[in-house]
Write a protein that binds this ligand. Sequence first.
Ligand code: ADP
Length: 887
Amino acid sequence: MEDRENTFIFADEKSVKEPGPEKLETWKIMVVDDEKSIHDMTKVVLADFSFEGRSLEFISAYSGREAKEMIIAHPETAIILLDVVMETDNAGLEVARYIREELGNSIVQIVLRTGQPGQAPEQKVIIEYSINDYKSKIDLTAKQLTTSVLFSLRSYRLASSLKSELVERKLAEIRVAESERKFRAIFNQTFQFIAVLDPEGKILEINRTAVDFYRLDPNWASDRFLWETPWCGNSSGEREKLKNAIGRAAQGALVRFETAHTAHGNRQFYLDFSLKPVKNEEGGVTLLVAEGRDITERRRAEEDVKNLNRGLEKRVAERTRQLEEANRSLKRSSEHARRMAEKAEIANRSKGEFLANMSHEIRTPMNGIIGMTSMLLDSGLTGEQKEFADVIRSSGESLLSLINDILDFSKIEAGKLELDSIAFDLRTLLEDTANIVAVHAQKKGLELACIIDSDVPFLAEGDPGRLRQILMNLTGNAVKFTPEGEVAIYVSLRKESEAFSTVLFSVTDTGIGIPENRMNRLFRTFSQVDSSTTREYGGTGLGLAISRQLAEMMGGEIGVESKEGRGSTFWFTTLLGKRPDETARKPGLSPGAGGRRVLVVTGNAANRLALTKQLKVLGCRWDQAVDERKALGVLSNARETGDPFDLVVVDEMIEGRQMNGFAEKARGVKVVILTSLKRTVDADIIRSRGFFSHIMKPVRLSVLSECLAELFDVSEKGREKHSVPAEGFGKEKKDKGVTVLLAEDNIVNQKVALLMLGKLGFTVDVVGNGKEAVTAAAEKPYDIILMDVQMPEMDGYEATGKIRSLGGSACAPGVPIIAMTAHAMKGDKEKCIAAGMDGYISKPINIKRLSEAMEEALGSASGGKESGPGTGPGGGQKNIDNSMGPD
Ligand code: ADP
């Protein structure tokens, strides 16, 4: 860079064409004369003439005028032999002047040939006209002419070579001047400060940039030492530094450094300074070239960048500090959030505990209200009193279901609701639910059918209580919102994987339906389609919200399709675990029933479908008819084709007509009549009308299966086996003298339980706490103990443990103990079982459940423990608790 900046680059000089005699073959000689003979004579004389190897070439002009033209045409003419008198007396002299003065040709040799000597005064003419020779024609012999030409040529050559030398020198001067000009321009206009020094450091030349920049007087500057100028710093230190540098450069070293100094007042400048030695051929240093480059701008830019960087660093540091501060406050916030979460967790826990207590506290008095009212209802009241008591009971029941809903909802909200995963009989659960709802449905005059596809599993794993709860919600709503028509539950298998079945449950009704624009209100908490329906139908708007949560917890979805005024279908799916022992749960087919031909006669399509699906499961062949006339037609057809029906299942009422007389019309084919739950059926009357038996709607598969078995395999089964047992089995117990110990601290609850147990025919002793219960058990051999869980002094768990470990007491250590608890929270059942109890019944107690629980516990105690799941309608579960659901 440095070198380049300091090197003057000149374009190559074009070689200048040199003027002068051209390298010709001949010497041109012009003869100017108005006499032709002179021309001829000259040519003859000089015919063989040659000089320096070149011969002569003649150019002829016959007048002065012609001569002037010819010399212009032949400027390289070496000699002119010029006559004086031609068209005028001094035409020749005119030509001479013309050549010398006007053409400026001083080298052509003019030899004047005059006819008469003295015609033109010789000396004067020679001088005035720059004539080279003067000859008289007469004197001019051949020899003289040759000599004259020879001399003239010599002179010509000398003159022309002199002239070309002159021209050349002139050109060289021009070139030097040009080069100098260029060099000066560069020297002065470069941005560098340049000074040429002698080896001692004295300034020989200094350029304009430096002079201007330092405002120097160039005359002052030359002959000063460089360190005397403000070139390089102003301090003495700087001066010494410069002297030193010059000393080193004079030794042949290239010196370079950066320096700062002030100039123009107080302005600070930076200089990139160098000293270069110029050496001669022997290597001696003859000159020094000092150069300075103003790098102030660059340094300022660098400084700016540095400052910028420093600013940036400062800002980064500031930002980092802010970030750290933000981090710290984030940490503080998250610590705060953690503490809040902890508090919330504690609050949640207390909420859960509060719920458990609430549940306990509310259920206990509810137990009293509902229990005592049912007792009251059985105590021979007047019509009006009975009505009042009925209202109290149903209000109590709806209050309890409301509490259950709210409790469930709070549990879900608090994330406290956990699902069971136990094996259960899906069909039985469905049929049980259908039966419970059927009571209400049939009271309203609605048909209720439960249609289960044949591939729906019998045994499944999941939470039966919660599944029943959803079904109860949907079917309960369907019945509630359907003034006439039917409610049908459809169950089908949606999907199956190795471990799970996805089952679809839909509840279809022919009720009031839901307006399109209100659909979005469904499945939300406390949301009802129309506020007026609250008044008409009651309810809280919690059922669907809970159902949705439960269905989703069970891995399913929930939805609805509805048309206002036409009815609705609420559906949901759940994932149910598969059981390897599932096939074992299929009802065993009676050997006599398989392949039998059965005709189903009912006007209700849902009922027809439900029955035919069941017959398919049982392996029967089936047909259907919608009314009596069609049925009789089908029957006679079958007879005629030789494939008569073995059984007709006929609805008790078709299109408003009683079917009491159908058995007789069936002409020998056995007929079973379908009856509603709403009224008691007298088996004798049924049989007297010719029916084989009756089955209640909605038909349970097990009941149908038993009926067929009985029909086709009479010897094995008793006739009445399938019919639902009436209440009153308590009598049996009384005969056997079953003694019960009731441990319960609450007086109202004691009374309720006592009344119910008495009604069921048990002999009861009552104690008020766990301690007393242990003492009583030690003293008397009770057959069964009903144990409240929460009691003063000693709770039910502890008392159970004590009784189990009693040695040599009156009560057997294995005496069945049933827990009675108002606790309805998850885990209570497990806790009771873990404490050594055999069963579990939750308050408020109802007589039917109490009776079932006692049956179960006593049955197990007397060796019936092998009764696995499914021996009977309850599925044989240990948990006899049904009150968790909202029914
Ligand atoms: P509730 O029945 O206690 O009001 P739900 O959550 O069970 O609460 O139902 C919410 C609302 O959805 C009901 O109030 C009713 O307006 C509407 N609904 C539910 N089921 C049906 C149905 N089968 N037919 C018509 N409307 C229904």
